[in-house]
Design a protein around this ligand. Sequence first.
Ligand code: PLP
Length: 378
Amino acid sequence: MRNKIWLSSPHMSGNELCFIEDALNKNWVTSQGENIDEFEKSLSVLLKNDLKVCALNSATSAIHLSLIILGVTSGDEVITSSFSFCASANPITYCGAIPIFIDSEKDTWNMCPIALEEAIEDRISKGKKPKAIIVVHLYGMPAKMDEITAIAHKYEIPVIEDAAEALGSTYKGKLCGTFGRFGILSFNGNKIITTSGGGALVCHTQEDKDKAVFLSTQARDNAPHYQHSHIGYNYRMSNIVAGIGRGQMEVLNDRVEARRKMHDFYIRIFKDIDGVEVFSEPTQDYYSNHWLSAIVVDENKTGKSREDLRMAFLEDNIESRPLWKPMHLQPVFADAPYYGTNISEKLFDNGLCLPSGSNLSDDDRLRIKKVINDFFSK
Ligand SMILES: *Cc1c(COP(=O)(O)O)cnc(C)c1O
């Protein structure tokens, strides 16, 4: 069997171990220490705007804390993108709230502003104004932030930006994760940079960051003994894990560049194959980190299905994966309201994510190219 080519695997810089060793030598083997402070600082320097970053054990935790800080409780409604990973929606249910799912638009595959406004109007007419909007930048592609921000502003609903897949992506020159009241970052093993598992909450005020740190460390009141007036969570990042993050931050730009080169590679391959569209920025306003390169296969034009291509890759031990299954189609969210015109459903039926890692070799690319060319020329 040939080596497995993964969709997106961890890619170390080599310096991670130095930061981990330093933490061990100083005995800061806990959820405090220099690595956490420096990792947070490097993220706020990157994001600029004087933003305050709280490092957590996952992006899922970061979304949960952002909802709690916004006061989301039992029976509330929270809007989110249907076309995403389940972690965009699950924290809504942790709060006892109800997710309201919005379909994608065709340009960026992200939250459709038209369906968003329709949903807000309809929910208000039914008696409940949504408490927050969680907008996702899928596969690194920025959402239509001008339109979405304008609607959020009009109805005075705070925006949480799920930029778990979009670190380094920009919309009109501004980094994803910096538009909303809160930004969400992920350092899960498959993301653009990783800490093995981890996330961050991007805040605009020290007050919000302080709340996030407080809630993520079991909500201890200021007292010599353990005193609690709030329910807390054990969500803070460990100082060991943050050491991996420091090593990864040194190479973030290289990683974005390498992923974008993978996207260029697929553009070149599919340029001559009629009926396959490579997911790309709609205009110059959008700059994607191309965390995952994705295609949509038109079965009528190619005579081939997405699923057959996936199987052809599998035969050569190459991983590929259908696009996210929309949340409004998931059994667990069968009862949740949904607004849209089934654009995400069609993407799910015909779309495929291709190997996109920053650590793929020229040999890997040759194998990928051969499978694609053989498959479509048969
Ligand atoms: C990966 C991901 C998350 C969750 O990140 P974790 O750090 O694994 O909790 C949330 N939203 C999106 C869109 C993701 O891709």
